[in-house]
Design a protein around this ligand. Structure first.
Ligand code: PEP
Length: 251
């Protein structure tokens, strides 16, 4: 399975930061580009400008969220049609920063499955995030929480080669802490098993990404773990050189 390396810029990036995008384009153009899919999930304001820089490059464009409705009275939200028109092939849905109540979003898995459905209907590939909090892990509930989110966040009809699951333990996001190789391997195995149970052989085709403080220095080890088919990268995707270091580790 070709790995997917996805960058999530979150609420970072002004027009001046396009230099990181153009630098990354130059890096991936070099001979011997690793054989992986690459996507940059940018803030909404950078999508249209980035569409120009990324056209005819091996880097796809992605957004960080979309609404589950086609259109309507949803002040401040954005629709799948809008991000698709801005050039997106991918969209992250259900990131823990949107599931959490702290960011005032408090998104539930049922809404996330609707977002994935509408993204697919607009020809985009959703990256569906799931992951447990530290409290849940310490209470021995990591697996049940992740499986519950997985089951409820999957859309009803799943074209296995067009969706990715990102397993992101919340305690490892932006903290510099990464889950150990054994913990990652175990959880990715559990997710794979559940996907095969739900989708049959098709479940083997779904890419399962790991996310949580992936950096150039730990990427090769993480990407070498069984059932890790890519990475969702926050902080280390902001600088072209760091992100390219992770991309190279996937090759
Ligand atoms: C993320 O934003 O999904 C993420 C994993 O962030 P970081 O790599 O900074 O931990």
């Amino acid at each position: 399975m070709k790995p997917l390396i996805a960058g999530n810029w979150k609420m970072h990036g002004l027009l001046a930061d396009r230099k990181e995008i153009t630098a990354l384009v130059e890096m991936v153009k070099q001979p011997g580009k690793p054989d992986c899919d690459i996507v940059l999930c940018l803030p909404f304001t950078l999508l249209f400008p980035a569409m120009k820089y990324l056209a005819e490059t091996p880097i796809s464009l992605g957004a960080q969220d979309c609404h589950w409705d086609e259109f309507g009275a949803h002040t401040g939200d954005i629709s799948a049609a809008m991000i698709s028109e801005a050039g997106c092939d991918y969209v992250i849905v259900g990131h823990s920063e949107r599931r959490s109540g702290h960011g005032a979003h408090g998104e539930r898995s049922q809404a996330i499955s609707q977002k994935a459905k509408v993204a697919l209907a607009h020809g985009m590939m959703p990256i569906i995030c799931i992951g447990e909090s530290l409290d849940e892990r310490e209470a021995g509930k990591a697996e049940s929480q992740v499986l519950d989110q997985l089951k409820k966040s999957l859309p009803k009809e799943v074209p296995a080669d067009r969706i990715s699951i990102a397993y992101e333990p919340i305690w490892a996001i932006g903290t510099g802490l990464t889950a150990g190789a054994a913990e990652i391997g175990e959880m990715h195995g559990v997710i794979r098993h559940a996907l095969v149970e739900t989708l049959g052989r098709q479940g083997e085709k779904v890419r399962i990404l790991y996310g949580g403080s992936v950096k150039p220095g730990n990427a090769a080890e993480i990407l070498g773990i069984d059932n890790v088919n890519g990475a969702l990268v926050g902080g280390a995707s902001l600088k072209a050189e760091d992100f390219y270091g992770i991309i190279k580790a996937a090759g």
